[in-house]
Unconditional design. Sequence first.
Length: 318
Amino acid sequence: MIFHFTKWPHFKKSKEGMNPLKKKPRSKNISPRVDLPEWMKVRVSFPTEGDALSKVREEVESKKLHTVCESASCPNLNHCWNRRTATYMLSGDICTRRCQYCDVAFGKPNPLDLEEPERVARSVAELKLRHVVLTAVNRDDLKDGGAAHFAETITKIKSYRPTCSIEVLIPDFKAKEESLQILYAAKPNIINHNIETVERLFPTITPQKNYKRSLEVLSHIAKHGFLTKSGLILGLGETKEDVKQCLEDLYQHGVRMLTIGQYLQPGPTHYPVQEFVKPETFEFWKEFAYRTGFKTVASGPLVRSSYHAEEYFSDEAN
């Protein structure tokens, strides 16, 4: 069966509901969501007791964990959870930044849950994951931006599941050297920081971030010897030249793993979709990225940062 993912009920948290702060408007502008083209519609299955999707949901809820799959309304939730994979979101589910494209709740975060790293590690072990992705909300309220919380979670996972490879999708930590060094000391296998959009659109789409600062962070990661990954979303009003320049900038700053996907407007006060980019255009950018020198590229309308992360890490590692 095919459904528009934002209207399908089992994508919502089944017990406690989504964070009520998600209802806060992103802007004063109201832009009703438009119908999706055929290539953006997602095939989903009904969850059944004991299936992989239900097992992952049970594991996440029983340990009171957050996933970016739900908090960011990812269209691949059904697909990934049926594969027994999920992206854990650390440091709560309230972000200190209000990006116009993002569906994660924003506001004043709660104090860090110091038991969360242990619960995440136990969950990884119980699900017998071979590759795990950890991300987090921006925590500009913390001196280290939440870097130590990342590091503690990585360390715990290694103790419970030493064969599991670990990928982290990090905020920019305001490019603080001390925060990045805390993360490096924990030795994740891949460090990802998403550029998200092209330089020209940064002031509109993500005003609390800075394009050059993100490139600085990516360069710093690469220079310290880590597999460096980033992601770009299309459909926000970027031009071909914008995208070309962005991909070249990422490559020149050490990024070798890349994801490119389609922006989907989460709600009526989020930034409106400017274009539904056709699959052949994503294929064009995939070929361009490989010609530029990127080692692994996932490019398509439904691609997100964690899309088939394990397979792409295996390709790069080999």
